[in-house]
Design a protein around this ligand. Structure first.
Ligand SMILES: Nc1ncnc2c1ncn2[C@@H]1O[C@H](COP(=O)(O)OP(=O)(O)O)[C@@H](O)[C@H]1O
Ligand SMILES: [Mg+2]
Length: 385
């Protein structure tokens, strides 16, 4: 196929119609007319029906089903209703009753091109989901959850790409959790905001062994590497096009940049624990969100980390005091989590069989689109309530 051009095959006996189509294809532009013997797939086949209409239509139906041709336009001098219906039934997009006006051909070709452009656009640009993870208190496990959720998501069959952003300016520790030595960090974004696009980002993100693309926080703070809400917005718009999921470790920050993130997030995971100080902070955060007017109530999900079944405060108690359902619980397993961190490994790599690791896989499934949820069937119930 000629580079970037749409391949068209013309199976037309009527020479006048054939040259009329060739002229139209040339005028509309962007097409490559294939030879009749070409074995390559045609994006479009324009086929003139002959005497054996039924057989011909069946043949073309096979070609459409096998993918040998992408779309078909028919042309015929006898446009009887039964033939027309049959053509529509097999999915023909146009039916030219010959003789046909140049304008009709032009509109049909432009329509075809428009459909193809939309398809290409859908394939090139993703519409990633932003999952913002916020801690109700330092040390509650925000980074552990951000890192392990990102890795569990990227390991799903239906997920191709995941980005992980560290918003814990100065004290960001994601590189330690994933044992990566990033060359670049947030300061590259703030210094090069005019260059911020897919290519630039691809070059500065650090990829960990599971395939998660990490944007670490700066190693020191200066006026130069401080993000702004406008920079954050630009970054997330670009990232949404590139990744299926963008996981943000927001720590405990609540400034104007956090507000921008909250505004743009599809889901906010609020990390809490079954302790009075944590629940009290969670309550304050929920009230603050409600005052801000963002994020929407239904986009906020509360996760109880370090969950112990025999805890003095039960999940039910927490739900009553927060006036909100607990979305998920993650079991308490200090030994496994801290050793994984110290070795710079995600749980999926360090302890694939542990309950806590399976819990993260299930959480990832829960946050994936509908099709992913099927995978979950048959698994035991861990943290899900
Ligand atoms: N589910 C859990 N069970 C037991 N310990 C945990 C769990 N999640 C995190 N931790 C531990 O809590 C500590 C703080 O975790 P971290 O993710 O750095 O918290 P934060 O980012 O909120 O400050 C770490 O030592 C980690 O091993
Ligand atoms: Mg942290």
């Amino acid at each position: 196929m000629a580079e970037g051009k749409l391949s068209v095959k013309l199976e037309i006996k009527d020479q006048k119609l054939k040259s009329q189509l060739e002229t139209a294809l040339q005028k509309v532009g962007g097409f490559n007319i294939q030879g009749l013997t070409s074995k390559e797939r045609s994006e479009l086949l324009i086929f003139e029906l002959g005497d054996n209409v039924e057989k011909e239509i069946l043949l073309i139906q096979d070609m459409l089903t096998s993918g040998e041709v992408g779309e078909v336009f028919f042309a015929s001098s006898h446009s009887d209703q039964a033939v027309l219906r049959q053509a529509i039934r097999i999915g023909a997009r146009e039916f030219f009753s010959t003789p046909v006006e140049d304008q009709e051909i032009k509109l049909a070709l432009e329509g075809f091109k428009g459909r193809k452009e939309k398809e290409a656009h859908r394939e090139t640009f993703k519409d990633g989901k932003i999952i913002n993870i916020m801690g109700s208190k330092g040390g509650v496990g925000t980074t552990t959850i951000a890192v392990n959720l990102a890795v569990s998501l990227v390991e799903k069959k239906s997920v191709q790409s995941v980005a992980l952003i560290d918003m814990n300016l100065l004290f960001g520790d994601i590189p330690l959790f994933l044992e990566i030595e990033p060359k670049y960090n947030w300061s590259e974004i703030t210094k090069n905001i005019s260059r911020l696009d897919d290519t630039f980002l691809k070059n500065i993100l650090s990829v960990d062994s599971s395939g998660v693309c990490v944007l670490p926080s700066p190693s020191y703070l200066s006026n130069q590497n401080m993000a702004t809400p406008a920079i954050m917005e630009r970054l997330l718009i670009v990232m949404r096009r590139m990744f299926d999921f963008i996981i943000i470790d927001s720590g405990q920050s609540l400034g104007d940049i956090s507000l921008k993130i909250l505004e743009m997030s599809d889901t906010v995971l609020l990390i809490s624990a079954l302790s009075l100080p944590c629940l009290s902070n969670t309550n304050k955060l929920l009230k603050t969100f409600s005052d801000f007017g963002v994020p929407k109530k239904e986009n906020i999900k509360i996760i109880i980390n370090r969950y112990l079944k025999k805890s003095e405060i039960s999940v039910k108690d927490a739900e009553i005091s927060l006036e909100k359902k607990i979305f998920w619980t993650i079991p308490n397993d200090y030994q496994t989590t801290v050793t994984a961190i110290n070795r710079g490994k995600a749980l999926a790599q360090f302890a694939p069989r542990e309950e806590i690791t399976k819990n993260f896989q299930q959480l990832a499934s829960e946050l994936c689109p509908e099709s992913e949820k099927q995978e979950k069937k048959g698994w035991g119930i861990f943290g899900k309530r």
